[in-house]
Ligand binder design. Sequence first.
Ligand SMILES: Nc1ncnc2c1ncn2[C@@H]1O[C@H](COP(=O)(O)OP(=O)(O)OP(=O)(O)O)[C@@H](O)[C@H]1O
Length: 784
Amino acid sequence: MTCQAGCGHRTLKVGPGALWASWMRCVRLGQKHWAGPPLLSPPGFHQDSRSLGTLTLSASPLLWEQFLVGALDGEAGLRPELRSILPRWQRSRSLGAPSTGQPDEGPSVGGLALVERRARLEPVWDELGGMLEMLSAAPLPSGRVALLADREGVILAMRSSGGDFTHHADYVRLVEGACWDEASRGTNAIGTALAESSAVAVVGPAHYAQRHHGLVCYAAPVHDPFGALVAVLDVTGPAGAADPLVLVAVASVAHAAEARLREVAWARVAAAARGGLESRLSREDGPVLVVEPMGRVSRVNAAARALLGAQGPMSVESALGVSWRALTDAALRGVALETRGPAQGPAWRVHSEAVRTAEGGSALAVLVRLEPLGARAGHAARLEPVAGAESLDAAPSAAPTPASSSSWGMPPRPEAPARAAQERSGGAPRSPTRGPGPADTVAPPEPWAALKGDDPRHRATLREAERFAPTSLPVLLLSETGTGKELLARALHAASAVATGPFVAVNCGALSPALLESELFGHAPGAFTGARVGGAEGKLAAADGGTLFLDELVEMPPALQVLLLRVLEDGSYSRVGESRMRRTRFRLVGATCRDLDAAVRAGTFRSDLYFRLQGAVLRLPPLRERTDLPELAQALLARLAEEEGVATPGLSAAVLARLAAHRWPGNVRELKTVLRLALVRAGGAPVLEVEALPPILGSVPVPAVAQAEPAPTPLVTPPALSAPREPGMSAAARPLRELEARAIQEALALSGGNVAQAARHLGIARSTLYRMAERFGITLPSRG
Ligand SMILES: Nc1ncnc2c1ncn2[C@@H]1O[C@H](COP(=O)(O)OP(=O)(O)OP(=O)(O)O)[C@@H](O)[C@H]1O
């Protein structure tokens, strides 16, 4: 790795200590900051070379004493040494900070609250931790500590380089959970960096509290891509070892952390990006450019060529006067830019959008649409050639070059899982150069295609899911039963970075607490009566390297919730009847059709687990609220007919009216069951008529009120499937239950008592079949 700041310094070691030493050497040689990976310039985003804008606060003990007795009040404008420090001390005093400092001063956060605060930084926690390691690797005999505090000044993590200073840090409460905002501690690097949103060093007696006069602290804020301050990185050591260059180092690490946050945010945008560039270019009426890293205009459509007079290689900066960084920023934030071009030419509104350069590919580009502003819109801008850039008309960049993909640094996740899913489903891989056509705009990319329907809310949820799929964030699916949660969980898995790993589903509501614990965590040989002789690994182990889908999560007993939380925290768990800790790492997708918020309020679901799971919350609409019932029914019918090996019948208008009038408490699952029965009853007729529908839909006249009735509150288990068969049960629900019970019995009869086959035939999970059979009082062969 080379310091790109120009000193020619070179190092091959990349451990935290080596990085620190190399960096400090570069800084000492007079360079403003390190520009080599991994500290700055994350893939796709070059750090600009602006100064790091730091502030160093220092003062003598005498000055501090004078301030304390009020001798400095009113003097700030007169004495230069007071200009920096006095306003900060005055601010601390107005905030009521104690000037002496006590060992137990200030609020302290512990336990779950600390876990929750850390979870807010989840997407970059690992990176920030790595940066802390590096910051703490100081070659000082006395040592120093590196800290990560959140936006309220609470220390979330601490790393020590060892040495005596660790004890001192403990003494002044530089410990996890302690709050170091200015109101609690007065002027200090963490609190002041937060208050002023800039990098600060506070040396010795410049600290407002006397207890901290033996410290030198360097802190720099970390902002998210939208400018919000999310964390502060800090290095603190003994005042005698003050070194101004450490502040430059800390500020630079904070910049690297910000870049990482941008990368994470960009990855989400990228996950949602579509390919189909050729068709996009030809479909757009207005001028469109494709800009690849680091600003190379790789393609233009006819309108852009005519308008801009584009003939050869060019950069977006020279063509539009917009930098690559500004363009990617705008794409990330979904905002439009306005520009007059490089030479105050015509005004344009520049819309930018992340796209893939090849369908299903991981290399990204920005699609730029130009909207003319003002009267001179037709005027052509001049495009300057760019040295070393490829010709616009050279080989198309549909297949990304290694250089372009690595320069963006996006892991090749989106394409690999999609291809894997395609292979699993037996589909042919898509051609990267597939021509334009309606499929480019409407067909959802694999593996989302299994989720049928064109309802806007349904599609919006899938789009959201697509964005989250490549991340490692947990996902929570909150929707009514039968809406497709498991299907969605499988799609998330197939589009994830762990798609080649296992997908393991566990229904937490289908097992007793004891069985669920052993099912999830596994058990040691002879752990309990009935335990397997050789023990069992459990689903957590089975899901290692893949996705664990916990259905009906809300049914998990509180004791298991605690254990699950721990697994999610650090991947460690132990089998039932065993003390040895094991490790597993999986992506969690949880689901429930019950009101999880209510369960948290009622105290049956732990709020810390709830918070930990809230990476992404996705809601699939209930069928009665979907606007695409006819298309969905036809798509499901086609799939069922294919399974049965018969031609797909059409749906008569009368049938569609019946379907529209039904309230569908069992959602898509119920619709599937109804269509499956109707298909059999129709006996091969080319069009399904109402006679083929089961009684609940076919023989009951459409009630006039059915359509006007307001939709019931979502996220409650529909009574038809969940409530016991009490006398008070609605009349409409009974026949459905009977219908389902009959369907189960028929499927079992057809499969000769084979539960797995019967479940497949019904299109439900085996565990669901067990659950439903139990509810209906149907005896099944033992689970064996
Ligand atoms: N959008 C959809 N397109 C095609 N089939 C669907 C869709 N949504 C659900 N299904 C089908 O409906 C049935 C139920 O789906 P799934 O098991 O995923 O629902 P669920 O919400 O997980 O149900 P539960 O909460 O009862 O476990 C399955 O047969 C599934 O294939």
